[in-house]
Design a protein around this ligand. Structure first.
Ligand code: SF4
Ligand code: FES
Length: 248
């Protein structure tokens, strides 16, 4: 395939960025999207140019590092897929593809397509943990947990912290990410001791970091590669109201 790319280039956090055009040919439809960028970068390095900076790590849909807005969609055109799991067979010869970083006030651009997602770390530090000793795996299995709670907690725990939900949200809200963490931990008996301090701390860290509020557009869930549902935001809101009343 031959493709025309327009890629956001920004030398550093202070510089003004702009879209730069690149032509690339002989792209295999079996290549992943990131492998296609690897090929472009090898060419740029060979030509003595600065390669395009982008985040990646596992390339297996597990770590949440990859983070590209492709043709206006976080993680690109394939539903429930991370950028690293997107393959070039989703595109066709001659396509023009725009590639941008996550766009959100709480995720400032560091360079090109790399953004600073440490605001998510601060939310986790504010409550995304438990203090109860959980013992070994057999000990954990000895704790009876209703099947529907275990299933819901397991689904919420699938969140990989990629930030696509924030990039997709017109308000730049981190509520889906935060809801996933609150649901994952708050549905389990081991998560109860911090249940109320967790949600208060996380919401405060979320707001301090400059994430916006939720207005139920649902764009976050549509962009989520792990299919985290909007119900986790309902759980978060219920826990927050109870915790705020207790703290008053
Ligand atoms: S909720 Fe989904 S989109 Fe948001 S950080 Fe988690 S995995 Fe990524
Ligand atoms: S690089 Fe790890 S999820 Fe994409």
């Amino acid at each position: 395939m031959k493709l025309s790319l327009r890629i956001w280039r920004q030398p550093d956090a202070q510089a003004e960025g702009k879209m730069v055009s690149y032509e690339i040919d002989e792209v295999s439809e079996d290549a992943s999207f990131l492998e296609m960028l690897d090929v472009l970068n090898e060419r740029l390095i060979g030509e003595g140019e600065d390669p395009v900076a982008f985040d990646h790590d596992c390339r297996e849909g597990i770590c949440g590092a990859c983070s590209l807005v492709i043709d206006g969609q976080p993680h690109g055109p394939q539903a429930a897929t991370t950028t690293c799991q997107l393959h070039m067979r989703k595109f066709k010869d001659g396509d023009k593809i725009d590639i941008e970083p996550w766009r959100a006030g709480a995720f400032p651009v560091i360079k090109d397509l790399v953004v600073d997602r440490s605001a998510f770390d601060r939310i986790i530090q504010a409550g995304g943990y438990i203090s109860a000793p959980t013992g070994t795996a057999p000990d954990a299995h000895a704790v009876p947990i209703p099947k529907q709670d275990a299933d819901a907690a397991f689904s919420a725990a699938a969140c990989i912290g990629c930030g696509a939900c924030v990039a997709a949200c017109p308000n730049g809200s981190g509520m889906l990410f935060m809801g996933a963490k609150v649901a994952h931990l708050g549905l389990m008996p081991q998560g109860q001791p911090e249940r109320h301090t967790r949600v208060l701390g996380m919401v405060a860290a979320h707001d301090d970091a400059g994430f916006g509020g939720c207005t139920n557009t649902g764009e976050c869930a549509a962009a989520c590669p792990k299919e985290i549902g909007l119900d986790v935001i309902g759980k978060l809101n219920r826990d927050f109201r109870k915790a705020a009343i207790r703290a008053a």
